[in-house]
Design a protein around this ligand. Sequence first.
Ligand code: SF4
Ligand code: SF4
Length: 471
Amino acid sequence: MGVQGKETFRDSIGTIDEDGKRNFIYPKKPKGKLYNYRSYISYLLIAFLFSAPFIKINGNQLLLFNLMDRKFNIFGFPFWPQDFYLLVISMLTSIVFIILFTVVFGRIFCGWICPQTIFLEMIFRKIEYVIEGDRAKQLNLEKMPWNKEKVLKKGLKWTVFFMLSLLIANVFLAYFIGGDTLISHVKDGPIAHIGTFVKLLAFTSVFYFVFAWFREQVCIIVCPYGRLQGVLLDDKSINVAYDFVRGEGDSGRKKIRKDEDRDDLGHGDCIDCKQCVQVCPTGIDIRNGTQMECVNCTACIDACDEIMDQVGFEKGLVRYASEEEIEKKKKFKFNARLVAYSAILTVLMGVLVTMLFIRTDVEAKIHHLPGQTFQSTVTTIKNVYTFKLINKTTREIDNIDIRLESHQGEVILVGGNYIVPKQGLIEGTLFIEIKRTNLSSSKEKIELGIYSDNVLIETSTTNFMGPVLMN
Ligand code: SF4
Ligand code: SF4
């Protein structure tokens, strides 16, 4: 991108100084239209994140990732280890979705949806502004000796941060052990569940470390998605971008002076006020072009728009735009590439949602008993099978009956009336007897129907073995 100065900023990151020490960022409190929109969206997302482990659909926790017991619920759909293929498809769809979405829409996710950005910018940073004040006051406080004011403000901030980290850790844990389990463990007290308590303290420490100190370094150093930007973005990707054509003009950016004619002097619209730099939570200058550190938080858009308003220039010097749009002065439009990518994304989502909805609540597996082929009489052939019925619902399934659907014959369930417990499974043995006259080969595919209270709930196929010469 054609901007002023050499691209030496690319040799280092904004949060680490030349000596390799942490350069703590004190961003100015953002304000403006986009910041307000982001705040509303983040409040909704925070409410969702905090409530999801405690919301139930058909008795299933809305979101659950219980790795220990291998129980997973996604939007109330329980996934069993048998549904692993669906999880793999979901993950592949998500990866393709993220890649395609990023190629087209850049890092919009980071600024608007990522929990790291939301928690840091919309909770922890806002609390910091309330306790310590805006950028100038925070910088002053940093320089102060450890007097009463500093001890009180820092002490209060760190205590609130710790309590919040503890709360977030509790909710985070509920996603893994289940909301009900968490509530009962909390009621029982830490001594009764020392393992849960240790995990809770570990998560609290991690969240406290991340939100109180490590902060934007997560996006810059740790997050793999952030590091992928270099390969995913191209000059058509939409990003928070500085319109360097307009901003630099023919003679570059310059501070504004009263009564000067900037057009005559050839200066661009950037008045070098550095407001966009001061609000940036990752400590970069957007005027240097697209950078790995930029989380597309839009704070610089709001800051620059406010300045443009004050000096009477058109808003949008920093805005969502692709490099091509800025360089060739093209207006954003839904071109063939965007339509194609959006169509692929829609199809992928459609396939996944369809697969989720057509997935059965009950799964049946029927296999020949190992080591057994068949028994025969003069008129009939009999095969013996083991069966497994998995109930993925939260209600008991009783009065189980298994019937032969593809052939005339008899199914004999060993052991009588079977009941499949909620979110459980049963195993058993069954015989299938078919008249020789109803068979035409030594190995035939047969279909079985699984009924509960005379209602077909699942079908399954298996092979039926017989002698080579049947008739
Ligand atoms: S450059 Fe702008 S959009 Fe990017 S992180 Fe900084 S303030 Fe946010
Ligand atoms: S806020 Fe706008 S005018 Fe001010 S330095 Fe940044 S880009 Fe230039």
